[in-house]
Design a protein. Structure first.
Length: 244
């Protein structure tokens, strides 16, 4: 975990792309990213399952076993998670997990974090709170929760949806562990986040949703006689075996 934790630097945050299959991961490794995460939405949706209800645990673990073969640090989105799931992820060789509180009682999530760290202390636990996710933000509740999670042993805290500079600065000041935010196109840039003290920026489901949009755009272009984006990966580039 030490090498992965060291990537969370002040002034130079870890940019963490989130993947949903081996092909997307291999492309991002080749692009030079030193660490990857999985996206629970992407993994679930690709399997025809809903996100957020632990329906894709089996798919996520199966994917993890394949991704750990790549020369990259891997952290796995296990949704709310459990001790058993975290232990299984650690056993594959992944370096971290992302665990969301889904706005359930903070004490229960802190207890889960504490239990996970007791069983697999080497695993980097990124504790997510949903105080800003798809709801109006609540800074006071956010600060209460992230302090509880950091005290329980979380190695980092994640607040998707957090966007206002003053709120980000308050969160960074509240805990000693790295703060992770979700990249939101058009809301801010990486330099601004670095200046605020953010040490990790995740793409979440952004890449998966962008890939879906590109898929539809390309099919429509073929149907309607429009230009298709040039410089796509070739068949040979994608069909490299064994993987590089």
């Amino acid at each position: 975990m030490r090498d992965f934790a060291a990537l969370h630097r002040r002034g130079d945050p870890l940019i963490l792309p989130n993947v949903w299959d081996v092909a997307s991961a291999r492309c991002l490794v080749k692009a030079g990213f030193p660490a990857l995460g999985t996206t629970s939405l992407g993994v679930a949706a690709a399997a025809g399952l809903p996100d957020g209800v632990s329906a894709a645990d089996t798919e996520a673990l199966r994917l993890t076993r394949s991704l750990v073969k790549l020369p990259v640090h891997l952290t796995v989105d296990i949704e709310t998670g459990s001790v058993g799931t975290a232990v299984a992820v650690a056993a594959t060789g992944a370096v971290g997990v992302n665990m969301e509180d889904a706005m359930r009682p903070a004490a229960a999530h802190a207890a889960l974090i504490r239990s996970v760290k007791k069983e697999v202390p080497q695993l980097f636990v990124n504790a997510r709170t949903d105080t800003y996710w798809q709801r109006p933000g609540d800074l006071a509740e956010t600060l209460r929760r992230i302090r509880l999670y950091a005290d329980a042993g979380a190695d980092g805290v994640f607040i998707p949806g957090l966007a206002e500079p003053a709120d980000i600065a308050a969160v960074v000041a509240a805990v000693d562990v790295p703060v992770n935010v979700l990249f939101q196109p058009g809301r801010y840039n990486i330099a601004a986040l670095a200046n605020l003290g953010v040490r990790r920026v995740s793409t979440g489901s952004l890449l998966f949703r962008a890939a879906l949009a590109a898929c539809v755009d390309t099919a429509v272009a073929v149907r309607d006689g429009l230009a298709v984006r040039p410089n796509l990966p070739s068949y040979a580039q994608v069909n490299v075996w064994p993987p590089e």
